[in-house]
Write a protein that binds this ligand. Sequence first.
Ligand SMILES: *[C@@H]1O[C@H](CO)[C@@H](O)[C@H](O)[C@H]1NC(C)=O
Ligand SMILES: [Zn+2]
Ligand SMILES: [Zn+2]
Length: 473
Amino acid sequence: MYKYPNGIEHSSCPPNSYFSDDTRIAKSMGLCKCVSLIFFLHIFVPTPISSTSFLSPEVLAQIPVNFLDRANKPDLVDWMVGIRRTIHENPELGFEEFVTSKLIRTELDKMNIPYKYPVAVTGVVGFIGTGGPPFIALRADMDALAMQERVEWEHKSKVPGKMHACGHDAHVTMLLGAAKLLQENHHELQGTIVLVFQPAEEEGGGAKKMLEAGVLENVDVIFGLHVSADRPIGTVASRPGPLFAASGFFEAVISGKGGHAAIPQDTVDPVFAASNVIISLQHLVSREADPLDAQVVTVAKFQGGGAFNVIPDSVTIGGTFRAFSKESFVQLIQRIEEVITGQASVQRCNATIDFHPSGEPFVPVTINNKDLHKHFQNVAGELLGTQNIKEMQPEMGAEDFSFFAEAIPGYYFYLGMKTETQEKLESEHSPYFTVNEDVLPYGAALHASLAARYLVEYQPKSTLLKGSLHEEL
Ligand SMILES: *[C@@H]1O[C@H](CO)[C@@H](O)[C@H](O)[C@H]1NC(C)=O
Ligand SMILES: [Zn+2]
Ligand SMILES: [Zn+2]
């Protein structure tokens, strides 16, 4: 279905009238392909219906290359590095990204890009292009983590106990970089690119709130990316279909009757009951799940008691569970509840369970649309070389981009940033995490290319396409 519109692969020259002066000069020199040498000005020729039918693969392939060239120009690089460092110095947690959000709006103002604010507390949604369909969304998350930065450098976090240790400072920067690239060519865009700056990816479910605020209304497709510390710079990795697991948390209070540790017969011991609960929870994956259907149940929190000689009244346990299908996920919710209450009662205890202990929603499976995978391979292949497009295995981690990709066709990928000489970079969520700033032009160019190329290639069939993609989900 994501075929080129009819005739797109033949490279014969279109009639003169399609082009404005510069291009006509190029053509009169007998160099039809020269279209591609003029930045991609004139590639988005404003003619109705079959506007793209004459674009040759060579011309299309030039768009990502031109974007990367532009993104690597010193003025753009310096600007992006400055933004990234400013955000890095001022990390903010989910739904508190006020300074970050202000910085984004200031930069959009400077570029004359209109936006909506506030969306989902601190979110910003910018618009580049005609303001009409088709609408292509690009997403960046803005939030930092509640942890102390241990990297000693000039632009270390100025906020004690908060750090951009997941690279979201780079994500915001790369989307602003893409905004610059696209805005410089906005007259050529036949459609609208929607810039989604989202709060609270880490645990607040910011994407869900953005979705509920209607940011994807009328939007055809959405792209997102994450920097990757253990993949080489200049490479990307992703896969079609399920990419990240669905994720949920649970917290249970197991209550008994406290008393003297030397007189257990007068107590109902919740420590012992909770221990049995944890053992039984481990049987859910090992005995009840299909070994080929990856799932996780982890109890990561165990709190109770405070003395060597006192049996406490209650114990609190908590953890996370992951699965790759809705069915398996729902099954886990049901069985976790049954096992906790059932096993607690075997030890004469009562249990209450909360599946949203911090108020955050369950995060669905992140599923990459198969046709967008082809689009990604084409565009990223032209930008980085096909040998640098890696196919990865699904991961048990979760990403709230999944809320978007559940609502409309979406595509998410990793962007490598490890240099060749580096063994590895410290991984995401480490207090020693660093961003290789050389990654910024790659991210900006990829965002811009994925969106711009999508507009060029799929516009004539946009409405048709939308219907069929939705059916598939
Ligand atoms: C468990 O709940 C029942 C019903 O509310 C109550 O009678 C019982 O005392 C509780 N047991 C413990 C150990 O808290
Ligand atoms: Zn993270
Ligand atoms: Zn992240």
